[in-house]
Design a protein. Structure first.
Length: 584
């Protein structure tokens, strides 16, 4: 997947454990250990219980000190680390490989929310050091955000930020899920309403062209405040169609009526399903706070936000539930996000005194004040649930504060194309149609397959018996064979993991060194123990190596005017009374 990640704030309160099972599964990588280190990377404390889940239990890493995270599996440069922080003052988080001084990723943080950190390093690593730069950093959660994960037959590609994606070779159809960002809630001292939830659209039959580049837009959550913004739309577009699949963002909260319409999510072609985000909650007077609408669902709309001390309406088809309204001085509930794993039970209405909305189980609302959140102040409108929940509104007379909408998301699923490519195999020695005198020569070969190899074997001449050459990581050449004199046909086979087979074949001849060549030097292996009873004509020099005994019972005549015989150690050349060595 080609990456051009766009980084920035995703202002939501909820981080969920992601498990994409639309068609297959995606895998997140959690941490199994976390430590606080000083500026010299000396151990200070075990902080795992503070940062292993989103629970409002936080840990502060002072400026120029480190949080060391141990992941349960190795990460590569294709992974993304996501964190949840409560910082209200600007800071930068720099990521290093363990005990290294080279930055492999960084992100600027300036308010409460979830941030994504892309990595750029070689090889694999499961321990990373995260340095607080410019200010203290208050952590609640550290883990690896899943991006592209493949099972045996399918792959899921999850986008948390806008990006591009090149369609895998051989793929002509994808499944798409898009959820727009939730609208931001309005804060006012008169009548601030909650934001609307983002739409959800799903299609299991989107035609694409193999190798084309798709542009993926992920809707940002609308910002809550006195001038709230609507949520961004999420979209998959290609070179043929600008809108293969689109989901509108939720409208921003208004003064007293529900948030504005989300707009259209109509998409061309395909089997499109999904529902609109729920309407934001309405408020009508001071002292009341209003919940945001839930995200749309697979089979229906998200739930409406609550208004004037009431919980939001539950969703009408696998969408996020509406957030609850807070009473005087209480927090307004953010709308619930939708579960991107597929159709689930309807989300429930939010409550102002429980956790923010979790994916698929609806829009429970704002967090209560606690000792770990004292710096937040009196709770007001809460952020919408991930993904696509509308932010809660707030109309407190003093210090009103509305919640942001939840981020959108895009998930592309495709079936891995069948591997029909045969392994590339080639015998490199001996050379085809060549004579050799070495009766113990090896058969050397190379083999490659992009999808992985399964096994290798060879057969000789009759092809009646196959001999194993091992398996990947434990393979070997054809060796320790004594070839008889004469012609040989050797075939080496390879099979890949998809069951495709291919072969390479070589023909060679083993000749006896006791027969002089037609021209050139004559190389004799003394171990052949040659006996010559008939006259020989030798074209050039003779080189005799090896151990044994040669018997010459006839004339050995050289046709060259200049010739020599080299006799190596360990060989005896016996010339009897009728034998001789002379010019021809």
């Amino acid at each position: 997947m080609k990456k051009k990640l766009i980084f920035g704030l995703v202002s939501i309160i909820v981080v969920l454990v992601l498990g994409i099972t639309i068609v297959g599964s995606a895998i997140e990588i959690k941490i199994n250990k976390a430590e606080h280190l000083d500026e010299n990377k000396n151990f200070i404390a075990n902080i795992y219980d503070y940062v292993n889940e989103t629970d409002g239990i936080t840990y502060t890493i002072p400026e120029n000190q480190y949080a060391r995270a141990y992941f349960e599996k190795e990460l590569t440069k294709n992974n993304i680390i996501d964190i949840y922080v409560y910082d209200l003052e600007p800071a930068t988080i720099e990521v290093y490989e363990q005990d290294s001084d080279i930055v492999v990723g960084s992100v600027d943080v300036n308010r409460e929310g979830i941030y994504y950190i892309a990595l750029d390093f070689q090889g694999t690593q499961d321990v990373f050091d995260m340095k607080s730069v410019g200010n203290d950093v208050v952590y609640d959660y550290i883990h690896d955000a899943p991006t592209e994960e493949c099972g045996a037959t399918v792959c899921n590609v999850t986008f948390f930020t806008s990006d591009t994606w090149e369609v895998t070779t051989g793929v002509t159809e994808i499944t798409g899920l898009v959820i727009g960002g939730g609208g931001g809630g309005r804060s006012t001292n008169s009548a601030g309403g909650g934001g609307s939830g983002g739409d959800l659209r799903y299609s299991s039959a989107i035609s694409v062209t193999s190798g084309e580049t798709l542009t993926v837009t992920v809707g940002t959550g609308g910002l809550g405040g006195t001038s709230p913004t609507k949520g961004g739309f999420s979209n998959i577009s290609g070179s043929i169609s600008d809108q293969l699949l689109i989901a509108a963002g939720g409208g921003e909260g208004t003064l007293s009526s529900p948030g504005p319409d989300n707009g259209t999510s109509t998409t061309p072609g395909g089997d499109i399903s999904g529902g609109d985000g729920g309407a934001g909650g309405s408020c009508s007077g001071n002292g009341d706070a209003c919940g945001g609408g839930g995200a749309g669902g697979y089979n229906g709309d998200g739930g409406a936000g609550g208004g004037i001390d009431n919980n939001g309406v539950a969703s009408t088809g696998d969408g996020g539930g509406g957030g609850g309204a807070g009473g005087a001085g209480d927090a307004a509930g953010g709308g619930g996000g939708v579960n991107i794993s597929g159709a689930r039970g309807n989300g429930t209405g939010g409550n102002s005194d429980t956790q923010d909305g979790y994916s698929g189980t609806g829009g429970s609302g704002g967090l209560p004040v606690s000792s770990t959140r004292a710096n937040v102040g009196t709770p007001n409108g809460r952020h919408g649930g991930k993904y696509g929940g509308g932010g809660g509104g707030d109309d407190k007379n003093s210090n009103p504060e509305a919640g942001d909408g939840g981020i959108g998301v895009v998930v592309i699923t495709y079936v891995i194309p069948a591997d029909e490519t045969k392994p590339d195999i080639n015998i490199t020695f001996p050379i085809n149609n060549t004579e050799y005198t070495n009766t113990g020569l090896d058969i050397n070969y190379t083999v490659y397959d992009a999808g992985g190899l399964d096994s290798f074997w060879w057969s000789n001449d009759t092809m009646l018996i196959n001999h194993s050459l091992g398996t990947p990581g434990n393979s070997f050449n054809v060796s320790n064979i004594t070839w008889s004199l004469g012609n040989h046909n050797v075939t080496v086979w390879a099979k890949d993991l998809a069951g495709n087979e291919n072969f390479s074949r070589v023909n060679f001849t083993i000749v006896d060194t006791c027969d002089p060549p037609g021209d050139g030097n004559w190389n004799i292996d003394c171990s052949h123990n040659c006996v010559w009873d008939n006259p020989l004509t030798v074209p050039d020099n003779v080189s005799i190596t090896g151990s044994g005994k040669l018997m010459l019972n006839a004339k050995m005549g050289f046709s060259s005017n200049f010739w020599e015989i080299y006799l190596g150690d360990g060989c005896e050349l016996a010339v009897n009374s009728v034998g001789s060595i002379e010019d021809a």
